[in-house]
Design a protein around this ligand. Structure first.
Ligand SMILES: Nc1ncnc2c1ncn2[C@@H]1O[C@H](COP(=O)(O)OP(=O)(O)OP(=O)(O)O)[C@@H](O)[C@H]1O
Ligand SMILES: [Mg+2]
Length: 332
């Protein structure tokens, strides 16, 4: 039995500009014990899918089943199997950290839970904040509490919606150590969304990519990586690129990145640049990574072929559905 089963899930929002199809017939299963990544550009539908899973939103069509429990008709049982860390920070400002966690335990009918609460506080670096009021915590600490809150009833399925957005390096590492530990030690299933593709590459065994509400890839991380051109040629320039080169390039300010299968491809590009009188600076060749596959599949870097070669980082459409995610981990 899958840990989570999305079956033809569609979601349409009525908006003043007409119906908005946030999800279009999304179907996939997550098996128990998987560390699963859900990726996609801003507005792709990730949070919508997670909200439906968590019972916070209703699917327009299709169904979601958690360990055999339908999230609509069997809400309480489905919810009991889930620990959800929402994208938005929401908490009750009147309680301290330990009280917040005890209340959440009580909500799930879990009593005498202080040993586990202590383990969570220690594991998430909150031990010295147990009696601090929620109002007194920094943003990153509040996020830690949200994570502890999601885990307090020891759910078999952990759902994390961008848990590391805006948090410091230390917490990211603490969090991943802790969650990977639960995944390995207890066999917890993890569903993660993140814009840090390095994280997804390092942690997730399998990945689904969403684009405008549709699944555009569903594969093991290694199979996805194998799809990319094996290398990327990267250099800096202020000059206009020849049109054939510009058409395949990903350009961020002065930085140009091009897929390059092998040394011959690299030589070809450099020769074309020389012919065109372009002097590339800081040339390097790196291995292609998940971000390259992501941009290929989600089309986030497609630009008009005839457009200006130094068009900056803006994607062609400019609509929110195709915008490039803020990939904080890339050094440009
Ligand atoms: N309550 C709502 N009413 C109308 N439209 C909505 C609502 N919630 C989300 N949407 C729209 O649904 C689409 C998907 O949004 P969603 O929040 O699921 O994206 P996301 O993949 O989580 O993006 P992000 O990476 O920015 O968090 C967007 O176009 C969004 O504007
Ligand atoms: Mg979201």
């Amino acid at each position: 039995m899958p840990a989570v089963s999305f079956q033809n899930v569609s979601k349409t929002y009525a908006t003043t500009r007409g119906p908005l199809h946030a999800l279009r017939s999304v179907s996939f299963d997550i098996e128990p014990g998987e560390f699963f990544g859900l990726l996609g550009p801003n507005g792709a539908g990730k949070t919508t899918l997670i909200s439906i899973l968590a019972g916070l939103a209703r699917a327009s069509e299709g169904r979601v089943v958690v360990h055999g429990h339908d999230v609509l008709s069997d809400y309480r049982e489905a919810r009991r199997h889930l620990g959800v860390v929402p994208q938005e920070l929401v908490f009750d400002p009147f309680f301290n950290v330990r009280e917040t966690l005890r209340i959440q335990s009580g909500y799930f009918g879990v009593r005498r839970n202080d040993d586990w609460i202590d383990e969570l506080l220690t594991g998430l670096g909150l031990a010295d904040k147990a009696t601090a009021n929620m109002r007194q915590l920094s943003g990153g600490m509040k996020r830690r509490v949200l994570i502890a809150q999601a885990l307090v009833h020891k759910p078999p399925v952990i759902v994390l919606d961008e848990p590391t957005a805006g948090v410091d390096v230390e917490l990211r590492q603490t969090l991943w150590q802790f969650v990977s530990g639960l995944n390995k030690r207890l066999g917890s299933t993890v569903l993660l969304t993140t814009h840090y593709l390095e994280e997804a590459e390092a942690l997730c065994g399998r990945i689904a990519m969403l684009k405008q509400g549709q699944v555009v890839a569903l594969e093991s991380t290694s199979a996805l990586l194998a799809r990319a051109a094996s290398n990327v040629l990267r250099f800096k320039t202020d000059a206009a690129l020849p049109a054939d080169i510009a058409a395949q390039a990903r350009i961020t300010g002065r930085v140009v990145q091009l897929p390059a299968l092998d040394a011959r491809a690299v030589e070809h590009v450099l020769a074309r640049l020389r012919e065109a009188g372009v002097m590339p600076e800081d040339i390097e060749v790196r291995k292609a990574d998940l971000e390259d596959v992501f941009l290929d599949l989600t089309g986030a870097h497609t630009r008009p072929a005839a457009g200006p070669p130094q068009g900056g980082a803006a994607p062609s459409g400019g609509s929110e559905d195709t915008s490039v995610p803020s990939v904080g981990a890339r050094k440009s």
